[in-house]
Design a protein around this ligand. Structure first.
Ligand code: SAM
Length: 225
């Protein structure tokens, strides 16, 4: 397995990834994917998994890897896919790469808000699941992540993912409370994230865009012909 490369500290983006320590990762699947998604964000994890499987290719990059839950469970259209892992946090890269060691993943330590200067062969699909609501800035500012990832996409590749929105989606009382706490702690930075802004940012960059709302989560995809 490849060693996780070191990077200088990057202050602005630090808070949204710093929470993912090894102890947090050990309970993430249960608390976030098991409980919060179904009962608080009202987007049960099987819906995100179905979205993941629908857009997945055998030449795939996952960005903001967390525990690697979806990569471990998804159905690649080939027994030996090329799988890349990209994240700013070395803990998540370690955790996810061990979990899917059977695919011998490529590991890229990268702040997605910064241009990608590493030489990386392009992919046919890129998954960016539950990352945008963690990174600072307005939707317009955080959409630079799409620009950076477009440099890694083959001509007909698909970029897809999901993100928890603050505006333009139904939020229960519990969702509003938890989102406020997470924003105060810097775990989330989604107070200016709205459905129209996300859709507009995708349409500015991709010819074919789909955005579907489930609970307070937007499930999206973008592709060029
Ligand atoms: C909420 S977790 C999502 C994990 C997984 N994709 C999922 O859906 O369960 C957010 C992930 O994004 C990563 N992350 C946060 N800010 C980042 C940034 N600026 N650049 C790259 N990765 C970042 C975190 O380290 C973490 O792995």
């Amino acid at each position: 397995m490849e060693a996780v490369p070191s990077l200088p500290p990057q202050k602005d983006a630090a808070a949204g990834q710093a929470v993912y320590t090894k102890p947090v990762l050990s309970v993430y699947d249960l608390l976030v994917l098991g409980l919060s998604n179904r009962w608080i964000w009202k987007c049960p994890t099987p819906q995100i998994e179905a979205h993941y499987n629908h857009h997945l290719s055998a030449n795939h990059l996952d960005v903001g890897v967390g525990t690697g839950y979806f990569l471990d469970r998804c159905q690649f259209p080939s027994p030996q896919p090329r799988v890349g892992l990209m994240d700013l946090n070395p803990n998540t890269l370690d955790y996810a790469s061990q979990r899917i060691a059977r695919y011998q993943p490529e590991i890229y330590r990268q702040n997605i808000l910064e241009p990608i200067t590493q030489p990386i062969p392009p992919f046919d699909s890129i998954g960016i699941n539950y990352l945008l609501h963690c990174v600072p800035g307005s939707i317009t500012e955080k959409a630079v992540a799409f620009d950076h990832l477009r440099t890694l996409m083959n001509p007909r590749a698909c970029l897809f993912g999901s993100t928890i929105l603050h505006q333009g989606v139904p939020r229960s009382w519990l969702a509003q409370r938890l989102m406020r706490i997470y924003n105060q702690k810097g775990i989330f930075s989604n107070q200016a994230d709205d459905l129209d802004g996300l859709t507009h940012a995708l349409k500015q960059r991709f010819q074919h865009v789909e955005v579907r709302v489930q609970g307070c989560v937007a499930l999206f995809s973008g592709q060029n012909s």
